[in-house]
Design a protein around this ligand. Structure first.
Ligand SMILES: CC(=O)SCCNC(=O)CCNC(=O)[C@H](O)C(C)(C)COP(=O)(O)OP(=O)(O)OC[C@H]1O[C@@H](n2cnc3c(N)ncnc32)[C@H](O)[C@@H]1OP(=O)(O)O
Length: 441
């Protein structure tokens, strides 16, 4: 796979299609701070933010320059230097079942100026991203989305869900295991230094996590200049095991209750742990904080252990659950062979894909050790193989092991061509650890 994704040529098909509207598709040289800054302002306006202060743009220029930064320009507008549409992309390792990763094409910053919407610009951008990723040999694409109605038409489907939790701290008496290590405060400067390595270690524990980038950690810590969300009262703690090895980190902030003066709300901004002991140590610390009435945590797993570690099961409530990471398989063989499976067997897949990348008939053969090989299916389907017909969207939804094939079959999305095939898919595809992605990108 080529790693030079930044300098890959502009997709000719989309460039020609946009040119028929007098629009220019091009990749920004991110070393040109003025040009890149203008692109960043356009992106911000596309999300109804901005104009951004110069110091913040400077931080973004510095921290995001490694990405492939694409824009669409309309030379007839009053500010012809500002793009009327934006998208950025980069190759990031995505954790898949088996504590390993696959390179995925991360797509972000998809915006089209309100003055240019509904003319097919986003379609051209998305299709150009998929063709570029495919031409570079990246087996799948992924994104986190603003709306759930946009990306299905391009073959994406939700593969990782996220939950927001609210825990009534006064009812949530800790009933989980007693942690063996200890919690200690970090200064923000120590957190800046130590956080990335810890997060990097934890990344392989849950399918759905991706490699983070330094600017993101600074944003979590409220350190970006001009950041309107720069949190007050931010605290960072680290959990060390009995041997003194750092095994987890939590970032939280406290907000005073407007009426109940000693009834703070504790908002868990970020929490990651490398071991179950560290998880228990940090959540016990957070849930048992004095003067706190309520603990909130967003962008968490839908299957949090702390729900089972409090004496009152109704003390921890999911206040929201929604789609979070959407994936889109481009290369069936490379993507399916990159993960491991929980049951051996053979599965014949008849995949439909209107954009063509993943369409075809394939035979997935899973060995006893959970590794798999995938080949185009030629000839008869083996007698012992499960057999399903499904869209690339549904295969992508199943890919990380967090979505049930039986549910998708009962919902009329997957067709069993042999009875019992959906259960066979679930036996092999379902992940023992519920997929989770702790960040937006
Ligand atoms: C990964 C991310 O970055 S997620 C962030 C997405 N961006 C935003 O939410 C910012 C605000 N929105 C926008 O900038 C734009 O409205 C966009 C990017 C969502 C769409 O851009 P447009 O150029 O107007 O879309 P385009 O005209 O190419 O439409 C493509 C298709 O998507 C559909 N579509 C476009 N926007 C939406 C929407 N908001 N909801 C549902 N469908 C949509 C169109 O109907 C069209 O469907 P079709 O081709 O099947 O007929």
């Amino acid at each position: 796979m080529s790693t030079d994704y930044v300098n890959a040529p502009v997709d000719r098909e989309s460039a020609e299609s946009l040119a028929t509207q007098g629009l220019v598709l091009d990749v920004v040289d991110t070393a040109d701070a003025e040009l890149f800054g203008s692109w960043l302002q356009a992106e911000s306006r596309g999300f109804h933010d901005g104009p951004e202060p110069v110091e913040k743009i400077a931080a973004w220029v510095d921290g995001l320059a490694y990405r492939r930064t694409t824009g669409v320009w309309d030379e007839t507008t009053t500010d012809a230097a500002a793009p009327v549409a934006t998208v950025s992309s980069w190759v990031a390792p995505l954790t898949v079942p088996g504590h390993t990763t696959v390179d995925a094409w991360a797509i972000s910053a998809v915006t089209v100026s309100p003055t240019h919407r509904r003319r097919g610009i986003a379609r051209n951008l998305l299709e150009s991203e998929l063709r570029t990723a495919n031409s570079l040999g990246v087996p799948l694409a992924m994104l986190t989305v603003s709306e759930a109605t946009i990306y299905g038409r391009f073959g994406f489907a939700p593969a990782v869900m996220a939950a927001d939790w609210t825990i009534n701290a006064r009812r949530a008496t800790w009933s989980g295991p007693t942690p063996h290590g200890r919690v200690q405060f970090l200064t923000i400067a120590e957190a800046v230094e130590q956080g990335p390595a810890l997060i990097e270690r934890v990344r392989l524990a849950s399918p759905g996590q991706i490699e983070t980038w330094p600017l993101l950690w600074k944003r979590i810590l409220g350190l970006l200049p001009g950041d309107k969300d720069a949190p007050k009262n931010l605290r960072v703690v680290r959990y060390d095991d009995v041997a003194g090895v750092a095994q987890g980190i939590a970032v939280y902030k406290l907000t005073e209750h407007p009426v109940d003066i000693f009834g703070y709300t504790l908002d868990v901004v970020f929490q990651a742990s490398a071991t179950d002991d560290a998880y228990a140590g940090l959540w016990r610390f957070l849930l048992e904080m004095d003067l706190v009435g309520e603990v909130t945590a967003s962008l968490r797993s839908v299957d949090e252990g702390f729900a089972w570690q409090v004496a009152d099961f109704r003390a921890a409530r999911k206040t929201r659950q929604r789609d979070h990471l959407w994936t889109r398989i481009l290369d069936v063989k490379a993507a399916l062979e990159a993960r491991s499976y929980s049951a051996h067997g053979r599965i014949a897949l008849q995949i439909s894909d209107p954009l063509g990348f993943a369409a075809g008939d394939f035979l997935l053969e899973i060995a006893d050790d959970g590794s798999a090989t995938v080949e185009p299916l030629v000839g008869e389907i083996p007698d012992d193989a499960a057999n399903v017909a499904l869209s690339v969207n549904d295969l992508s939804a199943l890919y990380l092991g967090g979505v049930s094939a039986v549910t998708l079959t009962r919902a009329g999305r997957i067709t069993e061509l042999r009875e019992g095939s959906a259960s066979a898919l679930d036996s092999s595809f379902r992940s023992a650890v519920t997929p989770w992605l702790s960040i937006w990108f």
